[in-house]
Design a protein around this ligand. Structure first.
Ligand code: GLY
Length: 373
């Protein structure tokens, strides 16, 4: 089943290279991807998919398309086009860092290091956190961290490995610690975002942006936690991060509906019309594989996580994928921002990316581009 899902996905990506014509997919509306000129937080996922397809097929056409996206990311960096947010990590890990990992291209390495420096500038010394969104010191957004940032930290850990400058790692560790302390709750659920006093770092309180309520658990946020803490453990070997990833994964799996694919928020009232977020389950499917690789081989919970992974992946492939359909996306029923009425039931490019990463990992043991192999 995994091979045919991969083959189908690869042919869709191949078709999309022409369809997208050098522009970048974000989320779809009624099945058609909205394209942009590399000015959103999601643009790295398309680049990452092209690199994954190249690694799997060794087909030069994927490599050429992927390299073009990296050139675009170079232009974006020079022009500083919409880079005043922490998702610099998503953007440059899956584009230029991927090129460095695969091709050992020195200019791609340099671009990635510059991106890491830009991310570092979002560190708020007074407050003691990486500011998620908006211009640094912004009156409204200046005090906010969000759980998604965990996937941006590998850029900093990697930069420390490359340069030997411990500042990158110190910042990443302080951010991961703060995320664990303030965004992960005692019952292993999570806040999406948390506010601090910008000057003193005094905690103010948890809040949501894309979830159901401030105190609810937005499933994609929980998914970023599962994968993100596993990655922080990969780089630091701090057992607290491994434990946190496991706790969050357990919560995620225990709260899934019968078909093993998440609704958009664990606290949203469930009826026949409640939206799913297949992208959250795809992120967790990739994250669980990272977790399983890092866990002790004798850990009694291995079988539980393994079963959760296979149940989710089987359902994604059988009930949510576009196998056999002439579609642009790979994974149906993702939700970007349900309350904001932004693509509540469509393709999400990150859902497609993590679905492909998870499939390739299952089938070939290959990985994404969050760390050097
Ligand atoms: N990182 C933004 C999102 O997951 O929608």
């Amino acid at each position: 089943m995994w091979s045919s899902a991969i083959e189908d996905a690869i042919e869709k990506v191949r078709k999309n290279i022409d369809r997208f014509g050098g522009r970048f997919p974000h989320v779809s509306m009624n099945g058609t991807y909205q394209l942009n000129n590399n000015d959103d937080w999601t643009n790295g996922f398309w680049s990452g998919m092209l690199w994954l397809c190249y690694e799997y097929t060794q087909d030069e056409s994927f490599r050429i398309a992927a390299t073009h996206t990296v050139e675009d990311f170079r232009r974006r960096f020079a022009a500083k086009t919409v880079l005043d947010h922490h998702d610099i990590g998503f953007l440059y890990s899956l584009s230029s860092k991927a090129q460095w990992i695969i091709d050992k291209d020195e200019s791609a390495r340099q671009l990635t290091l510059q991106a890491a420096d830009l991310l570092l500038k979002r560190w708020r010394t007074g407050g003691g956190y990486i500011q998620a969104w908006g211009p640094v010191g912004d009156a409204q957004e200046g005090g906010r961290i969000i759980i998604d940032c965990l996937l941006n930290l590998p850029l900093l850990y990697w930069a420390e490995q490359q340069t030997g400058d411990s500042l990158y790692r110190q910042v990443a560790v302080m951010q991961a610690d703060k995320t664990k302390r303030y965004l992960v709750r005692g019952d292993d659920s999570s806040y999406h975002t948390f506010f601090f006093d910008q000057m003193t770092g005094e905690p103010i309180g948890g809040a949501t942006h894309q979830g159901y309520t401030n105190g609810s658990t937005w499933t994609r946020g929980q998914a970023w936690g599962v994968y993100g803490f596993a990655l922080s453990y990969r780089y630091t070997k701090d057992p607290l991060y491994l434990e946190t990833s496991k706790r969050m994964a357990r919560y995620f799996l225990e709260h899934l509906p019968q078909d093993h694919v998440a609704y958009w928020d664990f606290n949203a009232p469930v009826s026949a019309d409640t939206y799913r977020d297949s992208s959250a389950s795809a992120i967790v499917a990739a994250g669980l594989q990272e977790l399983l690789e890092l866990m002790d081989k004798e850990d009694p919970e291995r079988a539980y996580f393994q079963q959760g992974l296979l149940q989710s992946m089987t359902s994604l492939v059988q009930n949510y994928s576009t196998i056999g359909e002439d579609a642009e996306g790979l994974l149906k029923h993702g939700s970007y921002h349900v309350r904001g009425d932004l693509s509540p039931d469509d393709f999400m490019i990150w859902g497609d990316y993590f679905y492909l990463e998870a499939l390739l990992r299952l089938q070939k043991g290959s990985r994404g581009y969050w760390y050097e192999r």
